[in-house]
Structure formats: structure tokens, C-alpha cells
Design a protein around this ligand. Sequence first.
Ligand code: SAM
Ligand code: SF4
Length: 354
Amino acid sequence: MPAAMVAGPAEGARPEDQRVGDPLVDTHGRVHRDLRISLTDRCSLRCTYCMPEQGNEWLAKTSILTLDEIERVARVAAADGITTFRLTGGEPLLRTDIVEIVRRLAAITGPDGRPVDIAMTTNGIRLRELLPGLVDAGLNRLNISIDTLRPDRFRDLTRRDRLDDVRDGIAAAAASTLRPLKLNAVAMRDVNDDELVDLVEFAVAHDAQMRFIEQMPLDAGHTWDRARMVTQDEILQKLAARWTLTPVPGRGGAPAARWTLDGGPHTVGVIASVTAPFCGDCDRLRLTADGQLRNCLFSTTEYDLLPALRGGDERTASQIDGMLRSCVRGKLPGHAINDPSFLQPARGMNAIGG
Ligand code: SAM
Ligand code: SF4
């Protein structure tokens, strides 16, 4: 049995008999440990592969989950065996209550009494001023996105002139105690594919792990083009001209495959969702900012938690639990990006939560 799979509830137990405290095991034996919580669809940048420049259809403000609602979902998820909450968006640091969200979630413990792990994916803007409060509140790990080190490219790619703010956030994270620190870049042809070595050197200088992401069909403009995407093989080829790359074993459910640089200790990761999908070991679920559970980035089905959270019913915990289980039960063995029948989800990446 692969590491990401465990036995489900007692043999013969019907799905409808499962309740709060049972592990979240799907019909393919994958046990779910990671919940990505999107806190907002708003963002301080407009990355071309994620959001349109203008005319984005924002989620209704009234539908955005409050701090209390997020905590209620997280408590049930932790009781069901979720051990990591990754806060994302949109840009999570735009939430004015971000420090309090981290504090509330970090206080949650699992059935074994151990505290959950709190991670965040951010573009780094405003990180310097917020970091002390986030660390004090219990944040454990950070992933910061940076696709280019060149100001002109950054402006074109993100449609905002904020590279210095991002670099400032990364410098603050490097000076903090949070480790491992990871930097993310989407590799793009004729945009930043001549900067891959520079980005890895930048990460190493900040005691961080660089991770390159294959571009996925999740942009709001639906402009993704398979023929133009930079593949894992190409990324490794470019890096191999500079370093000897040795695969790191024991990936488990992690999205990034890793290689040591010249024998280590530094490593580089590649998230090859398109050319080397890792769905067989996926242990992730997603909660959108407007209370929709999703079992895959690419799913077109959502499980609505708002009625349970806002219905004024005493049985909220069991309703949330039931919805988590329905979502897990509906999970397909893998995404279908490589299938001719693939349909891009209606939401852009900023509204799903990366
Ligand atoms: N705003 C934060 C950030 O940029 O890190 C968090 C949200 S963002 C949606 C999370 C991650 O998704 C980022 O690393 C971003 O580069 C990645 N991402 C967004 N759209 C993508 C796409 N179409 N393909 C691959 N990665 C994408
Ligand atoms: Fe914002 Fe992150 Fe999307 Fe860029 S990738 S537009 S920073 S949510």
C-alpha cells in the first residue's frame, strides 16, 4: 500500500455511517491530510497566468467566509485527520484579519493531541510588516511566489510595479525562523525560461528551495497553450547545465519532485502537474473563500458549505463532516488535463486557491 494510503473505517462500514473523527479516505484509498484554505479571491497583483487585467468577476463580499466560519470548518477537518492547513488565495495577506486567522487555526489540535501545521502561499507583498505577528500567531511555513528577478518583466507579468516589495518580503522570510522556506515560479516560454538558473541561485542565497511549476490551464482568460508550456524535462535540462541534479527519494504526497544541487544540501523542486501528474498520491482538499469544498484544482464539481455554516442548525459539525466526506467520495483517480475532453474549471486560479 503506498505511503499516502491507509485503511479506511472498519470493513463493511457504509459511507453514511462514517462520522466526525473517521479519516477522510476516498474510493481509491487516498487518505486526506491537507486542506488548502483560500481566504480571498482579491489580489495585489494580476499575474497573466492567473487573473485577467480587468473585468474579473469578484466573489460577492457577503459570501466570503468569516474568521469564525473558517475556524468551524477547520476544527471538523482536523478531527477527521487533516494535519496541514495551507492559507492561500488570491492573496491571503490582503485579509485584514490574517493574523487572527493564523492564531485561531494554530490553536487547533488533531485527534492525537498534536497541533496542526499552518502554512501559507503568498506573493510576499506586505510580508515584512506582517511576519512578526504571523510567526507569533503560530505560522509554521511559507511559500513565496516570484517568477522573475527583472523589474521590467515583473511589471509585464504581474501588471504591477511591485518587485521590490516582493523581494523585501522574501528577505524578511529568509531572516525569520520559518523553515523550510520555498519560492515558487511558474516557468513560461519566452517570459522567464532564461532565468531558471538565476532564480535557483537567488533562492539558495536566501536559504530557500526554488520550485518551478508547469503552467496549468487555470488562467481566467483561458489562454493556456500546451504547445508553449515549459515542461519538467526542459526545466531539468536547463538546470543540469549548471548543477549535477540527483533525485531526492521519499516524495510521498508532495506535489514537487526534488533534486539535490551538486549533492546538496540545497535542492530544487518541480511541480509537473501536466507532464508528470502526481494524482495517485494526492492528499489535498480545497476550501474556496466563498465556502465551496473542492477535491481537485481541476474539478468542475463543488460542495457548498454555506448552508451548513449559515443555516442556524445545531448539527453544524456533523453537516460539515458529511460535506467533507461527500467531497472526498466524489474524488476522481486523476485530473484529465491530458484528455481531449478536458474542460477548464469556470473559476480562475485566484478564486480556487493555489
Ligand atoms: N497570491 C499567492 C501567490 O501568488 O503565491 C497565493 C495564490 S496563487 C493562486 C498560488 C500559486 O499558484 C502561485 O505560486 C502561483 O504562481 C500559482 N499559479 C497560479 N496560476 C497558475 C497556473 N495557471 N499554473 C500554474 N501555477 C499557477
Ligand atoms: Fe495574485 Fe497569486 Fe494569482 Fe499572482 S498568482 S495574480 S499573486 S493570486
